[in-house]
Design a protein around this ligand. Sequence first.
Ligand code: LCS
Length: 402
Amino acid sequence: MLYNTGGDTMKNFYTQAVHAGEQPDPSSGAADLPIYQSSTFTHRDTEESAAVVQALQAGERKGYLYTRWGNPTVQALEEKLAALEGGQAALAFSSGMAAIATVLLSLVKSGDKIVAARQLYSGTSHLLTERLPALGVETTFVASDRIENFAQAIRPTTKLIYIETPSNPLLEITDIQAIARLAQEHQLVSIIDNTFATPFNQRPLELGIDLVVYSTTKYLCGHGDAMGGAVIGRQEFIDRVLTGFHRDLGGVLSPFNAWLTARGMRTLPLRLERHNANALTLAQFLQQHSGVRQVYYPGLPSHPGHELARRQMPGGFGGMLSFEVQGGLEAGKRALNRVQLCTRAVSLGDVKTLITHPASTTHYIVPPEARRAAGISDGLIRLSVGIEDVQDLMDDLAQALR
Ligand code: LCS
C-alpha cells in the first residue's frame, strides 16, 4: 500500500497510475505485475490454512485461499483502483453490472426504497425497474437537474440515492456535492457511477459521496479488451459487508482481466488528457456543422450543466458526447453507415473512437416512452471519442455527414 494515500486528491496521480498496487513479485523478483492464473492456493499445513480462512472471514486481506475469495493479481488492481480514486478500499468485479448489482443487493432488503436519477445506463435502469421490484425494492426516478427532486422523493424507508454523472447517453450533470449532503442529512448511502468521468476528471469521494461504482470495461481498462467492474469506498464497508456478498454472488474478476485492466490504468491520465481534448474539439466542430441539430457535451457553454461540470470535473469534461443530426432518424442512420475511421459499436472508453445509435442498441431495452421521457430521441448518435488524430476524426465525421 506504498502509494495508496487514501483521499490525497490529484497529487501524484500520474505516478500512482503507474505504481500503485504494483510491487516486484516477492517470489521471483518479476518487476511487472504477474498474472496469478490460479483458482486455488496451498499452505504449509492445516494450521496455516485455518489461519488464512479465519482472517479472510474476518474481512482481513491476509493470505489467499481460493480466487473467488481473493487473488494477488486482482488485489493489485484493487489497490490501484483505491489509490487513484482516493478511497480506502476497492473490490473488483467481473463486469460493471456485477459491481452495481452486488453493491445494491448488499444495501437493500424487501420493503426498502431507492431514489435514483432518471438517466442511467440502461442495464442499471433495467436492474432497478425489473429485477429489484421482484425482491420488494422499489425505485423512484427523478430528473436530476434539480436537487429538490431527490429531496422530495425520499421516504422513511429510503436507503440510498443512486446517480450517474455525466449520464449515459445525454451527458446530464448532477450536483455531486449536493447529493452527498442530502444523503448525509437523511442518513442514506450515496452511490455514483463514475464510469464516464473516471477519477482523473472527477473525484466524488472528495465531494462526500459514499461509494463509487465503475464499469472498468470502459476508460479504466481503456483498450476494449477486458470486461470488469469495481466498487470503491470505506474499508469497513468494502471488507466487512460487500466482500461477503461478492463471495456469495460470485461475480469475481478473472486474474487475466485484472492484469489487462491494471496495465491499462497505468496510462489512464495520458489517455484521458487526449480523450478530453479530442472530444472538446469534436463537440465544437459538430456544433457549428450545418448538418447537426444539437450537440450534448458538458464542455460546451451551451450545455445546461456546463457551469456545474466546470466546478466538479476539474480534470476535464470527458471523452463522451452525443448529437442529433438534421433530418432525424433516417439521416442519423445514413451518417452512421458512412463512417470509415470511427467504429460502429456499443461500449465506450476505448482508445478507438466508437459510434452508436442508442435507441436501437445501448438503450433499446428501455421502453420507447421511458426513453423519450429521458430525452433520448430516435435520431440521437453517441460518440465515444478515442485518442486518434483529431483531424482524421473530423474528416471522417465531415464525410459521413455530407
Ligand atoms: N455503467 C455505465 C455508465 C455504463 O455505460 C455501463 C455499460 C455499465 C455501467 C455496465 O458495465 P458492464 O457490465 O458493461 O461492464 N455501458 C455500455 C454502453 O453504453 N454500451 O455498451 C455497454
